[in-house]
Every structure is written in structure tokens, then in C-alpha cells.
Design a binder for this molecule. Structure first.
Ligand code: FA5
Length: 346
């Protein structure tokens, strides 16, 4: 009896090995476990046995039955995997005779401007850093001197995640992490970092306000960094992007993380300054707020404010791309409007 069961097992395994489809698998199942299947018949034959012999044989047959049931279920997964591989092989076949698509892609206009600035600043010793898009409230607000309940938070309402983190409202959210990462510069040296990134705000949308937009932040820290350094680098930045003189104005601006703080506005390139929806009919567009880093912010970043000073600027990169390429409405950038984007294909 036991030898017979052993042979049945071997027969099953041999047949299973040859199975290539669900139909074939079902045939094997019926052959062994169906109503008149080979294993089922063995179970029926038990009635001819008695006592201990019946008990032992019953146990062995049921073991074989469970083994076959499990092997069939496992084999179904093997078949699924084989089918999946066949599909992949099919989809990876190429027809090399089909002519290639003529319209090749290009970098997005915001990326073009970003790369242009990065390349220039790299030559001046700036490190490029990448800030997180999901941030802690601490990094986004507290670490840049905007404590809870500070009115400055109202201007940067954002999206809160269930775990209490937020979508960052400005690239300044990376200042603290970067200061802690690099620490104070060595004597006679300075820490120069550029960190572009996508920002999010709960905004009323219009021609110059999006809920998702790009900024590019610059920061320089050293033992005697002054406003002259700040103005120099901002001039370099604008000359690099526009490759000509552009009209700008510098006025005092308040940001809790700089002291003194400034707003650098650009004369609206869309209307030439006469007023249009893009500049809200003022002739100017806020572009490059900046200032000398507040001592509290340096302290929180682990840098001694009695010894070091620094500047920071937070360029509105999306707006800069608008001005460079004469794009009237900021919403076009995220619209996926191919007609609009096609003009950047070189
Ligand atoms: C800031 O975000 C500060 N973190 C900038 C800064 C950095 C100041 C370092 C001082 C030192 P502000 O909220 O003004 O500041 O935004 C900076 C720039 O981002 C604006 O001038 C504008 O060009 C751009 N910007 C702001 N909100 C939007 C928006 N909703 N859509 C498009 N661009 C925006």
C-alpha cells in the first residue's frame, strides 16, 4: 500500500512538471483528486481495511492528498509568473523599421533657467543642495525665526499632512539643515550654497501666483560678509539670466529670518512697466527677496552670530522664467500645454 502511494506521488510530480497551462493543471487535479481520481479511489478503498491498518493507511493517503492540493496551488503561481514573463517578452519586441519620432523633448523652461544659474554659481564656488519637499514645521518656520502664532505664517499657508508635517512653503526651509550639515566655515573661507526647490502654498491663483512653484535660494556665510556681497551676487544672477541690463528696484522688505531685509522687484518684462495683469498693473514684479541672515537663524543652525554674518536670497524661479521668456500667465507652466512648451525645443 505505502509503495503504491509513493508511486502515485512520483507520477503526480512527473505530470505536474509537464504542465504549461491552467487547463492542463486542472486535468492533473481531476486525475488525482477528482471524484474518480487516483487518490480519491485510494480513500474509498479504505473501507476494505480495518483497525490499525486502516488508521495508518488513512493518514498516509490524507498526507498525499494535502501534498497534491498544496502543490497545485503553488503551481498556479508558477504559471502566473510564466504568463507574466511571456507578456514582458512580447512587449519588449521592437520594430526597428518604424521611423523615429521627429519631435524630441527638451528641458522645461524653469529647468533651463535653473541650470543656467547653477552653472554660473558653481564657477564661483557655490555648492548645490537639494531640500526636501515634505518638511517639519520646525524647519519651515521655527528654524527661520517664525515661531508658532507669528503673523508671518499667515502669508505662507500651506498643506498639512496627517503626520503633522507640511509641504514646504519656501526654500528657506532647508537653511537650518544646511547650516548644521556644513557648520561654520574655516577661517578665511566662506560657506556658499545654492538650493533650488519646489514650494507649495495655499494661494488664490492668478497670473503670477501658483499653488506649486519654484524658488532658488542662495546663502553665503563667513566672517565678514556684508550687503555689498549680497548685491554683487544678485547682479551676477540677473545678468547671467537676461544677458542684458534689466531694470530692478531695491526696497526694504520684512522677513523674520533676515535683518535688514530687502525686496528686489523687476520691471515687468511683459508690459515694459506700463501695467498689466501679470504685474497686477503696478509695473513691477516681486522677484528676489533677500537680506542679511538674522542672528537667531545662525544660532539655531549652530553658527556663532557674534563671529559670523551671512546673506540669503530667495529667488522666485518660476517668475524669473516668466520674465525671461515673456510668459504672461504662471499657470501655463503646470498646464502641460504642448503648444506653449514647444517653443523651447531647440
Ligand atoms: C520667501 O519665500 C522667502 N523665503 C525669501 C527669502 C529668502 C527672503 C531668503 C530673504 C532671505 P516670498 O514669500 O516673498 O519670500 O517668496 C519669494 C519669491 O517667491 C517671491 O518674490 C515670488 O517671486 C515667489 N513666489 C512667492 N509666492 C509665489 C506664488 N504663489 N507663485 C509663484 N511665485 C511665488
Amino acid at each position: 500500500m505505502f509503495e503504491k502511494l509513493e508511486n502515485l506521488k512520483l507520477k503526480f510530480e512527473e505530470e505536474l512538471n509537464d504542465v504549461n497551462s491552467n487547463d492542463e493543471l486542472e486535468k492533473v487535479r481531476v486525475e488525482f483528486l477528482g471524484k474518480k481520481g487516483l487518490v480519491t479511489e485510494e480513500l474509498k478503498n479504505l473501507r476494505n481495511l480495518s483497525g490499525e491498518e486502516k488508521k495508518n493507511a488513512g493518514m498516509k493517503i490524507n498526507q498525499l492528498k494535502s501534498y497534491i492540493e498544496k502543490a497545485i496551488v503553488d503551481y498556479q503561481k508558477v504559471l502566473e509568473e510564466k504568463e507574466y514573463q511571456r507578456e514582458i517578452e512580447k512587449s519588449e519586441r521592437y520594430d526597428y523599421s518604424i521611423p523615429s519620432i521627429k519631435e524630441i523633448g527638451t528641458l522645461h523652461p524653469i529647468t533651463i533657467v535653473q541650470k543656467q544659474i547653477e552653472d554660473k554659481f558653481k564657477t564661483m564656488g557655490f555648492i548645490i543642495e537639494d531640500g526636501l519637499e515634505i518638511q517639519t514645521e520646525y524647519n519651515n518656520f521655527e528654524a527661520v525665526n517664525i515661531p508658532e502664532n507669528h503673523p508671518a505664517r499667515d502669508m505662507q499657508d500651506t498643506y498639512y499632512l496627517e503626520n503633522g508635517q507640511i509641504l514646504k512653503t519656501h526654500t528657506s526651509a532647508a537653511q537650518n539643515t544646511i547650516m548644521k550639515k556644513y557648520g561654520a566655515p574655516k577661517p578665511g573661507e566662506s560657506l556658499k550654497v545654492l538650493f533650488p526647490g519646489r514650494c507649495f502654498r495655499n494661494e488664490n491663483l492668478d497670473a503670477s501666483h501658483e499653488n506649486t512653484f519654484f524658488q532658488l535660494e542662495g546663502m553665503m556665510i563667513g566672517e565678514d560678509i556684508s550687503i555689498s556681497n549680497l548685491i554683487y551676487f544678485m547682479k551676477v544672477l540677473l545678468t547671467e539670466v537676461f544677458e542684458r541690463d534689466v531694470k530692478v528696484r531695491l526696497r526694504p522688505g520684512f522677513f523674520p529670518f533676515v535683518e535688514p531685509g530687502f525686496e528686489l522687484d523687476i520691471n515687468c518684462e511683459i508690459c515694459g512697466g506700463s501695467g498689466c495683469p501679470t504685474c497686477k498693473h503696478s509695473g513691477w514684479l516681486e522677484l528676489l527677496p533677500c537680506g542679511m541672515i538674522h542672528p537667531n537663524v545662525l544660532s539655531m543652525g549652530g553658527i556663532d552670530p557674534d563671529k559670523y554674518t551671512g546673506f540669503a536670497f530667495g529667488l522666485g524661479l518660476t517668475r524669473l522664467a516668466m520674465m525671461k521668456y515673456n510668459i504672461k500667465d504662471i499657470r501655463l507652466f503646470n498646464s502641460g500645454n504642448i503648444k506653449q512648451l514647444k517653443q523651447f525645443i531647440k
